[in-house]
Design a protein around this ligand. Structure first.
Ligand code: DGL
Length: 269
């Protein structure tokens, strides 16, 4: 019995870590497409095809429910997969909605018309593909009116994190925050719209300043998953958990161990 967590690479570990803490009795099957990361510089068709292939692999490994713990994949593939029809008993969910519900102070599944919310100026940090998709703005418009979103495509950050070059990642984050502030000098809130970015959350917060509320997805997705599993207790799946990668297992295990500060051992997908 395992719930699947998918990412292009290591970023989804930030969601996995929160989900494991929130749901200690649930097994998880983590799948990183590290051989093909980053997804954020690929076009939408490419991201869709790669995501679909990986999710099918996870379903074949016994997961019934797969969380796309990747905003880029959620933006390019989630709706298309859901609309294209899923195999019987299989589900795929993304990471946007819990975050936007938190930002717009909504309870899960509150589908009432969009309304004015407290926050008016929001900075969105995400991959180039997620920014180009405008998926955040679309989901936000379903729930809130009068919110000004300024998006900053954070080129290079995912590559630096995947390479374990945290000094470069930090320098890039600071320069992307500077670029954002030139467009929106006083954001009230900032969305870390890529699951790799919580690994740099301290740097984002420092560069943005203490008055900016930073939203990241780990705990929000974990809470919403817990809620989902309570309502759908048949979605735990029947396969075993574990860590799978299309990349080089030893290298990926070393990085994952460094990020989560506990021994993580990947095997070839
Ligand atoms: N963690 C992915 C996301 O949330 C990174 C995408 C990439 O591989 O560029 O968007």
């Amino acid at each position: 019995m395992a719930v699947g967590i998918f990412d292009s690479g290591l970023g989804g570990l930030t969601v996995l870590d929160a989900a494991q803490k929130r749901l200690p009795d649930v097994d998880f099957l983590y799948y990183g497409d590290n051989a093909r990361a980053p997804y954020g510089v690929r076009d939408a068709e490419d991201v869709y095809q790669l995501t679909k292939a990986a999710v099918h692999d996870m379903w074949d490994k016994g997961c019934d429910l797969v969380i796309l713990a990747c905003n880029t994949a959620s933006a390019a593939a989630l709706r298309r997969m859901q609309e294209g029809g899923l195999p019987q008993g299989k589900r795929v969910l993304g990471v946007f909605v819990p975050l936007i519900e938190a930002l717009t102070e909504r309870q899960w599944g509150d589908n009432s018309p969009p309304r004015e919310v407290e926050v008016k100026h929001v900075a969105l940090f995400a991959t180039p593909a997620t920014v180009a998709s405008r998926a955040f703005q679309r989901e936000l418009a379903f729930r809130a009116i009068g919110v000004d979103v300024e998006a900053q495509a954070c080129g290079g950050v995912v590559d630096a994190i995947e390479d374990g070059d945290m000094i470069l990642a930090e320098a890039l984050v600071r320069s992307h925050v500077d670029a954002l502030k030139r467009k929106m000098p006083h954001p009230q809130a900032a969305i870390l719209g890529c699951t790799h970015y919580p690994l740099m959350e301290k740097t984002f917060q420092e560069a943005l300043g203490p008055d900016v509320k930073v939203f990241s997805q780990g705990n929000l997705v974990a809470d919403s998953l817990s809620d989902y599993l309570t309502r759908h207790p048949n979605m735990y799946g029947n396969g075993a958990g574990g860590f799978f990668t299309t990349g080089e297992p030893r290298r990926v295990s070393d990085r994952a161990t460094q990020f989560l500060r506990r021994e993580i051992s990947f095997q070839a997908a």
